[in-house]
Design a protein around this ligand. Sequence first.
Ligand SMILES: Nc1nc2c(ncn2[C@@H]2O[C@H](COP(=O)(O)OP(=O)(O)OP(=O)(O)O)[C@@H](O)[C@H]2O)c(=O)[nH]1
Length: 309
Amino acid sequence: MKDKQINTASSISTYTLNNFPNGVFITNTSKEIVYCNDYFSTELGWEPGELIGKSVDIIFTLASKVFYQTYLIPTLLHEKICEEMQLTMINGKGIRIPITVNVKSDNAGLIYWSFFNASKRDKLYEELIQARETLEQQAEQLKLLASTDELTTLLNRREMKYRSILAIELAARSHYSVALIQLDIDHFKKVNDMYGHPEGDRVLKELGIRLKEFARKTDLVSRFGGEEFLILLPDTNKQDAILFCQRLHQLIGEIKAGDYYTKASIGLTISRPDSIFKTLYTEVDNALYKAKESGRNRTELYNKTYKKP
Ligand SMILES: Nc1nc2c(ncn2[C@@H]2O[C@H](COP(=O)(O)OP(=O)(O)OP(=O)(O)O)[C@@H](O)[C@H]2O)c(=O)[nH]1
């Protein structure tokens, strides 16, 4: 590139500018390129001198041209400088290249551009975004594993306890009651003994799937221990909870274990304004004990006389 091509910016040492590892060019008030350094021919595939006298439009994509008119020019008029703009340039072979640009204008209306090829940085960003998405997915999976029971995919004991405490607190503040239900499959040991452990597992799994389908999204459904399931129904009164338990018996009665249909005993309690999880769990456990003691395959609503020995 010869000094004479610079016209109005003849004081610039072209030798120095041609050795910079980034692009430098100058445009005038008519948007014409009046100077560009060798970076355009060595790195961007333009013929030497090819761009001189051409509109800057030929080296930018449509979006970058719009940006030029609507943001860059007004900013330069106002502030004389514009930094770290992300534009897309088109090289001599028509390939789009992301660039980061700093631009400055002088009083004569010349605009001085310097930019670097940001392809590598964009690739790095993409890799970082990908890595972040993978980490987020893994964190999500870990969270799920930590809060669910592996066999049934219902909430596990720890998560159920945590969410129940919150749900009971919320109910007390909102002046409504929750129903706590403890369900225990009857004579489940016999299922394992007669048909094997895998059949026992299958029954637990099927019950988990059916409970999930049966419950509302706002209900908390968990496998609280071996063949014991704990369910919390928010905003539920005694009548509705009893109805729910009747339907539970029907649902359990449809699940086959070996040659027999499954049955379960259910303990039920309804919260009061001062209820806490620990008390409700003890109540429901006592009610379940009563249900087992009274012949199984039934629901018992907690009452104060029930005490597990
Ligand atoms: N297959 C299978 N069995 C389990 C699992 N967890 C607990 N059990 C079995 O569940 C059975 C529970 O037996 P018990 O506590 O005697 O109760 P039950 O036979 O259901 O009798 P009642 O509750 O009194 O009606 C035991 O045989 C446990 O081995 C599990 O994850 N898979």
